[in-house]
Design a protein around this ligand. Sequence first.
Ligand SMILES: N[C@@H](CCC(=O)N[C@@H](CS)C(=O)NCC(=O)O)C(=O)O
Length: 268
Amino acid sequence: MLELYHHGSSVCAAKVRFVLAEKDLQWHGHYVDILKGDQFDPAYMKLNPKAVVPTLVHDGHVIVESTVIAEYLDETFPEPPLKPAAPLGRAHMRVWTKAVDELMHPACAEITFASCHRHIINRLPPHEHARFLASTPPISVTTSWHERKKEIVKLGFGAPGIAAKFRLYDSYLQKMDDALRHHAWLAGDRLSLADIGFAPYVNRLDMLGMSAMWTRSRPRLTDWFERIKARPGFGPSFIHVCPPDLTSDLATFGRQSWPEVERIFAGD
Ligand SMILES: N[C@@H](CCC(=O)N[C@@H](CS)C(=O)NCC(=O)O)C(=O)O
């Protein structure tokens, strides 16, 4: 049995849901509301000591780290394969998935909190707000997330370094557009874990109403995302699983944040 601990707006959880959907695997979900602090429940932290989602439990075996989970699922359930057949292709694919883990994800966490999630956290009653911000373990989304989350919840776009995260994100949108000049998908002619790894990060901007970051000037990326959205697993993995109030918060707060984003790129 496959059990997934996940959350509606978690990019890392969306990656795993998308793999499960592409492989047509049945799974049982446990919803962990990371905006209310469910991830800090000691029972959950026994499964995932970083207090993050997702966590996969397969026949009682616990597997953490979304990129590791994605590869585990691909090896355990090989059809259809989501890795290029040749070692060189797999190396190219892993350069993309490594960039997701090392660069895109930390940038996405900051962008999402500065644009939207800080407003949701700031709606918590004072005692829950304080407990929520105190609970992040020392090693979590990043090794500085405990302090950084507090800072971004307080200062939003005023937190130092937010503009750099948007620029980094933007530079990867350009790398994707460039790569798609040579083949239909990021690591070759077939959808792979590289595309599945990046799809949640492009979708995050889309749900924040920030798709102009690629639709205005990156036609290959625009086409790629249309093809991602056309896959049968996209709706169930990315959209339907996100509670309507959270979808609405992402759209509303994202729209309010857009002028700040435009200011960042106008300063280039
Ligand atoms: N490297 C981890 C990162 C997981 C992660 O950062 N998850 C986020 C949601 S996408 C989370 O659970 N955040 C909890 C928090 O901010 O307290 C993975 O790929 O699984």
